[in-house]
Design a protein around this ligand. Sequence first.
Ligand code: COA
Length: 337
Amino acid sequence: MKKLRSALKTKFRNSIKIVGLGKYLPEKVLTNFDLEKMVDTSDEWITTRTGIKERRIAEGESASDLGTKASLIALKRAGLKPQDIELIIVATVTPDYQFPSTACCIQKNLGAKKAVSLDIGGACAGYVYALSLAWALVGGGFYKNALLVGSEVLSTITDWSDRSTCILFGDGAGASVVVPAKSEAGMLSSYLGGDGNFGDFLILPAGGSRLPASKDTVKNRLHYIKMQGNEVFKIAVRVMVECAQKALKKCGLRSEDADLLIPHQANLRIIRAVAKRLNLEDKVFVNIHKYGNMSSASSAVGLCEAYEEGRIKKGDIVVLDAFGGGLVWGACVIKWI
Ligand code: COA
């Protein structure tokens, strides 16, 4: 018994490493100037208050379509075939259906017959949650590898007549393949948290079992994102700073040890405030101007794009830091192998 316990403990301590990254952004670009024609807003207001200049919009493509395209790139770069994948975790708030899961749709699209497939919540922190879960399951020896996907078609749950939210969101998908890491590097730590008491600050009220779809819910536009922006803003800055600090502390590091901070891309003012408090202003990755907030896809695309741009090198300490509806938050520290 003692032997088994220590064997399990040793196995569970195994790290994971990311061996393939992919992203897919739909072609259609919706600029702030386009939005000026749709609601009472201006490019100047959106740019100053959010940092967003444009976002992508999926036309006739679902979360699984976007996720499949990102996954094919990640798999190719990982040198793995879909049939090799044992686990698929998809983080999304815009699933193709309530069921089957979007992970099952992606499994079907890829022909990843062997893969156990599941969706998780986690909203904008969904990719950080997926990575942490994969660490437990792949690092723990339950699966040999995992495909992690953050994919969102937020344009389908955005109220295009509400100027306080419609300027923020965009569509996209990011994917990564993880395998066990034999060295001490790879995933170094994860810190996750949340507080359901703040649930009403960022919510899609109707369409679930609490408020099933009806003529009234549709008439009252309750199938769209509702948000108390100011409240979310204040909490976001505080928890993102705390999350990054706690995740770094868990692996014996401090913020000055980080080479790159990839924060959730919700608002440039949030990103700047967090980076400033962490003293990482020169080491922060930003792509919000191109894509807006893509919820779970933001961190996944951010990591992929940072790597493609050569901002991540072997040995670098990368911090992923996110928050979202729930409210939930989380950070992961990775030593790149
Ligand atoms: N264009 C022009 N004016 C707008 C506008 C728009 N798109 N949206 C709101 N306004 C107006 C408001 O009506 C308000 O006018 P008033 O002063 O006459 O009442 C004014 O601008 C200020 O609104 P406010 O909501 O206080 O602005 P803000 O500086 O807080 O910015 C957000 C709003 C949404 C950009 C900001 O609160 C935010 O980003 N919050 C965090 C949201 C977030 O991160 N969500 C995702 C979490 S994963």
